[in-house]
Design a protein around this ligand. Sequence first.
Ligand SMILES: Cc1cc2nc3c(=O)[nH]c(=O)nc-3n(C[C@H](O)[C@H](O)[C@H](O)COP(=O)(O)O)c2cc1C
Length: 185
Amino acid sequence: MDVLEAIDKRRTVRVFKEKATGEQIKKLLLAGVKAPSGGNKQSWEFILVEDRELIDKLAEYKYYMNREFKPAEGQTRDDVEKAARFQQKAFANANVIAVCSNSGMVADGWLAVENILLAATAEGLGSGIIALRGDARTKTEKLLDIPENKELVCVIKIGVTEEEPKPRKLRPEFSWLHKNKYSQS
Ligand SMILES: Cc1cc2nc3c(=O)[nH]c(=O)nc-3n(C[C@H](O)[C@H](O)[C@H](O)COP(=O)(O)O)c2cc1C
């Protein structure tokens, strides 16, 4: 699969049938570390979280974070609660990788993440990003012993896809393009 096809096919997966193999995960990580990085510092570190209790804690932090979200238009409190529970359950059957980088260098981590997601697509695997912010992030950093000089970028989940994602909703083509200045299109 060429890179444009992988970009086109990559979709966020939240329901997994089973984990990827250890060999596949190594291959994806090796794709991750070929990403560009500021000053070639390659300041990323990856924590393969395999311990069930740790994964359950991460899922719990995600749940408590998301249940505090304000309901979007047309959403009830109950919808927010259900969505938060869904995020918690979405850790099932997936390989869980916490990505961190040097503090202030999260761009390095994010670029590695995108390489990993695209490599997962090319391998026929599904993948998804889990954002942990505020208290959930602080607790995750503590839980995973992430040192003070590093920060959590995100958590990624990889696995064999169980559900086919709905068609992508993209903004109209080139509606985001400006010429010379933001004020001109
Ligand atoms: C910074 C960032 C944080 C995200 N956090 C989450 C998350 O916590 N949970 C989740 O299910 N998806 C998360 N996503 C995935 C987005 O919801 C997804 O990329 C978006 O809906 C577009 O869908 P696609 O990836 O299938 O194209 C995140 C994506 C990004 C870039």
